[in-house]
Design a protein. Structure first.
Length: 225
């Protein structure tokens, strides 16, 4: 998906190894590629703990000037250190919700880590029109919970197929919030979980390794449409 931006030199502060790094492009709603602008004069910082707010950065599209949140650039050094790459000139304000143009094709992000799976699901929900996707305060039984206005989603990146209890817990949490819900998983669902989701009206998706959510029940087909 997309290309890469101009490369900058990044030095690991732990092992002093130098790298060339280019930020990944992501698709704006208008179809233009957007990449966080890198700051070549600022040092990269090791990621010692993760905060949802620090995982995302708001960037304006150079074509339509629409702001949107995208994953903050990171680089894995061979020494084992994960580096957060500094960005320049980004917008700290939350993205606005202008009138949407015709929806372009979904552009996935390749899944290599659990974080990639969460990013892929968040990008897909934004593609569906939920512009305010964020990490939910809810503690999910497995994986990560995402929230948007009127929506609660669970992303399960484990290798265990989701079971009926997983679907029921998500549905009950969404009912408490007066929200609809959707489930994403890498490992699929047991037959009992699919039957329970059908009876509760929960859309189910499987994330393939390209980062494209595949609907596995009629509720998911309806949500995508």
């Amino acid at each position: 998906m997309g290309g890469m931006s101009e490369s900058v030199s990044v030095r690991c502060p732990v092992c002093r190894r130098a790298h060339l790094f280019a930020a990944q492009h992501y698709p704006c709603a208008c179809g233009a590629p957007v990449a966080p602008p890198l700051d070549p004069g600022a040092p990269a910082a090791p990621v010692t703990q993760r905060s949802w707010d620090e995982e995302w950065v708001t960037v304006r599209c150079a074509v339509c000037d629409r702001p949107a949140q995208w994953p903050r650039p990171e680089l894995g050094c061979p020494c084992g250190t994960v580096l957060r790459i500094p960005v320049a000139g980004v917008d700290d304000a939350a993205p606005a919700s202008p009138a949407e143009p015709a929806r372009p094709a979904f552009q996935p992000v390749t899944i290599r880590t659990a974080r990639d799976a969460v990013t892929a699901a968040a990008l897909y929900l934004r593609w569906l029109g939920h512009r305010d996707v964020r990490r939910a305060e809810l503690r999910a039984p497995s994986g990560v919970a995402l929230a948007a206005s009127g929506l609660l989603a669970q992303v399960d990146p484990t290798v265990r197929p989701a079971e009926p209890r997983d679907v029921e817990c998500l549905w009950l949490a969404a009912m408490t919030e007066s929200a609809t819900c959707v489930y994403f998983t890498l490992a699929g669902y047991t037959d009992e979980a699919r039957a329970r989701a059908d009876s509760l009206g929960v859309p189910l998706f499987v994330l393939d390794l390209t980062g494209t959510p595949q609907p596995v029940n009629d509720h998911a087909d309806a949500l995508t449409a």
